[in-house]
Design a protein around this ligand. Structure first.
Ligand code: SF4
Ligand code: ZN
Length: 739
């Protein structure tokens, strides 16, 4: 702790302990040592003293022995230049402060029984007294359990007053939306107003029901907040009275609490803040005081100062490492799995993005903590209602995530969520991923006010709900201007290929575990992807690494480890463990699948596949076509027709969906002859994969294989391409008959 702060802490502690000690002596003189004291309707006596020292303070005599202990605990006030390198003396002074304040408050309650309301009702402008005082055990049971079951992540203890009534209300509201309790104590240094009085003046309803709890007008009311936390640990955490360290650690780990000092800080507040650090509750303040940043007792920093008022909420949440729980998805239409399977048909279509009409790209990327403002959503460019009915916009969705525990490995997992989350919106349909996404917005949704920014809002809410454990902040940028969309797509494509390459060195033989993916079962109920190192998911968005990371984040989710078991067919790549899994996961619709064949038990295909391969019997080979290519192909079907034929979760021998990346993986259709069978693919796909196609061709003994593969410039029927294959000496023509 900074020595300036530590001096203030110790000075403040001396003032508080002296004052309380004086009050106690006066009370003993007046009422006698046997006079009973305590907080009303509680079995926990003076709870901080009881929980940490194990002493039930029942009367003034008990209080006296605690007070003597407080005086012993007080370190001497350091001389200005004296250097105190350790936190220790400050923490002890802080505890002595809190013990003394509990006694002070107990004597006040003895002398002024009406000082506090002890009420669990709403307090507003019509209330004479606004201060509730310590919670009784009924309130503790009802509210304290919320800290344990997670419905309230913790509390913000606010001391002092905001610069204005409006700012006070805005901050309180911000904490309310994060489900936090706000525990309020202490008027500002001049005693003019407090945060609680500002809220009432601003027309807000305060009190336990709205989680804005005005404990008391003095700093000593801070003990009601800390005492509440101590009692919760005893009542719900099974912590015994006197088990000080256990109680402090329980609170540090379970209750996300912090102190906000909003106005000028007197020594007494420093002393209380130092007390709170014992529980791991840091102080975040707008005031210009020295920071205390080492991360020892608190989860993160101890004192963070000079925070601009409007950033105090987000900063506090960040410092304390609070996991935000957002229960509502703030969009103007219904949302939920019930809407996942609905379609947006042609006459219902209001606007669309992607799907071959325009470019639509989705990219989740990680940033530094200070680069992300949680919940910020920006639309750069025109919105859905600006195009004519049925018209299209380009779209880039850039999701920037930050978190102290966030790993780049999690980016593709969050990115892939966009697919089903957008489909959860009533009246909106989503297909594809990465740079081949397709959004269809229905008229009814747009009429109800759905706009592009709502995609950002729902991603913010749902990412926090579902993945809050792995990140802290997320902001979303949506671009709808062509140039910018292309720029983002180019950046994203580089990252996509880096992600793909992470499984490059792995083989199917080197792992016993493959991963399932059943994310697409809402569309194709019998569809199961089984992802091995050498066969990435057919959507191209999930490879083996991604599935593994996804399983770590969400062990009961759609990506389950599948022990591959005995290899029952080496050529086609069949595994006993995989087949068993697929039978179960497809609800007995599919009995066996091959990893390396489109002829024998090919894997099922859903609507997400990046490419579809099909047999070309006359050429003794196979072709593949990717989603972006809308022209004719030599199998007689365009991509969309193929997707209709082969997709939907059924096994269709002769066809298989696969990712672009899979084409150059070593096991691609290996049971059918591998890459040497590939006789046709669209030119654009060939160019996209050029480098890897050349490399894989070399490995297979055909360095110029790429030039032997026909494309649409050669022809789009088997008759048209056959002579080309013959002329080039394509190896497929020499392989065993594909039929
Ligand atoms: Fe998962 Fe397969 Fe759907 Fe991709 S296509 S999300 S791997 S089920
Ligand atoms: Zn799918």
């Amino acid at each position: 702790m900074s020595k300036i702060i530590i001096s203030a802490v110790i000075r403040g502690a001396h003032k508080i302990v002296n004052n309380a000690s004086q009050k106690l002596d006066d009370a003993i003189a007046k009422y006698g040592p046997q006079q009973e004291i305590g907080f009303p309707d509680t079995a926990y006596f003076l709870p901080i003293i009881y929980s940490l020292m194990g002493m039930p303070v029942k009367n003034l005599k008990d209080a006296k022995s605690v007070m003597d202990r407080c005086i012993e605990m007080l370190p001497p006030v350091p001389a200005e230049k004296h250097h105190l390198p350790y936190l220790g003396p400050g923490l002890d002074a802080g505890l002595a402060t809190l013990f003394a304040e509990e006694i002070f408050e107990a004597i006040r309650i003895l002398e002024q029984p009406d000082f506090y309301l002890y009420s669990e009702d709403i307090i507003d402008k019509s209330s004479q007294n606004i201060w509730v005082g310590p919670a009784n055990d009924i309130i503790l049971r009802k509210r304290g359990v919320e800290f344990v079951d997670g419905s309230a992540p913790g509390f913000a203890a606010i001391v002092g007053s905001a610069p204005s009534v409006e700012e006070a209300c805005a901050l309180a509201h911000e904490y309310q939306t994060k489900n936090l309790y706000v525990f309020i104590a202490a008027r500002d240094i001049e005693g003019k107003t407090s945060f609680a009085e500002q809220l009432v003046e601003g027309g807000m309803q305060i009190g336990w029901p709205t989680r804005l709890v005005p404990f008391g007008p003095d700093i000593s009311a801070a003990v009601f907040a800390l005492g509440f936390a101590c009692r919760a640990a005893m009542a719900f955490g099974g912590i015994k009275p006197g088990a000080a360290l256990k109680n402090l650690i329980y609170n540090k780990d379970r209750v996300f609490a912090f102190v906000n000092a909003l106005s000028e800080i007197p020594d007494e507040w420093y002393a209380n803040a130092a007390g709170a650090i014992n529980w791991g509750f840091p102080t975040i303040t707008t005031q210009d005081i020295p920071q205390v940043l080492p991360t020892g007792i608190c989860t993160y920093e101890h004192v963070v100062s000079n925070v601009p008022f409007k950033e105090i909420g987000p900063k506090s949440i960040e410092v304390r490492g609070l996991k935000v729980v957002i229960t509502e998805v703030p969009i103007p239409v219904a949302f939920g799995p019930a809407f996942e399977g609905e379609r947006v048909r042609k006459d219902e279509l209001r606007s669309q993005c992607g799907g071959g009409k325009t470019l639509a790209v989705e990219w989740v990327t990680s940033k530094r903590m200070d680069e992300v403002e949680d919940g910020k959503v920006e639309l750069i460019g025109p919105d859905l209602d600006s195009v004519k009915e049925g018209g299209a916009l380009p779209l880039a969705i850039l999701v920037e995530v930050a978190g102290r525990n966030f790993q780049a490995d999690f980016e593709p997992i969050l990115e892939r969520q966009i697919h089903h989350l957008v489909n959860y919106v009533q009246g909106i349909m989503h297909m594809g991923q990465r740079d081949i996404a397709w959004y269809r917005f229905g008229k009814s949704a747009v009429e109800k006010g759905f706009r592009l920014e709502h995609i950002g809002k729902l991603l913010h809410a749902k990412f926090h709900q579902d993945f809050g454990a792995v990140f802290d902040k997320v902001q979303i940028k949506l671009f709808t201007e062509k140039e910018k969309v292309e720029e983002i797509a180019n950046q994203a494509r580089k990252v996509y290929s880096e992600r793909d390459a992470r499984v490059e060195g792995m083989t199917d033989e080197t792992t016993d575990i493959f991963y399932s993916c059943t994310l697409c079962q809402s569309f194709a109920p019998t569809h199961v992807c089984v992802v091995s190192p050498e066969r990435t998911g057919l959507c191209g968005a999930y490879n083996w690494m991604d599935c593994k990371a996804s399983n770590e984040i969400n062990p009961t989710g759609p990506n389950q480890p599948v022990a591959k078991g005995e290899c029952t067919d080496e050529r086609y790549g069949q595994f006993a463990g995989v087949n068993e899994f697929v039978q179960k996961a497809s609800r007995q619709a599919i009995n066996s699948v091959s990893f390396y064949s489109l002829l024998v038990d090919p894997m099922t295909t859903c609507g997400c596949c990046e490419c579809i391969a099909a047999i070309l019997p006359m050429c003794n080979g196979v072709m593949t076509v990717h989603r972006d290519y809308t022209g004719e192909t030599p199998c007689g079907m365009k991509f969309t027709t193929l997707a209709g034929t082969a997709g939907g979760g059924l096994q269709s021998p002769g066809f298989v969906g696969h990712s672009k990346y899979n084409i150059c993986q070593r096991k691609y259709l290996l049971g059918d002859g591998g890459l040497l069978r590939l006789v046709w693919m669209p030119k654009s796909l060939k160019e996209e994969l050029r480098e890897r196609l050349v490399k894989r061709g070399e490995e297979m003994g055909y360095p110029n294989l790429i030039d032997m593969i026909a494309d649409e410039t050669v022809g789009v029927t088997e008759d048209e391409i056959y002579p080309f294959l013959e002329e080039k000496g394509h190896p497929a023509l020499k392989l065993e008959s594909i039929l």
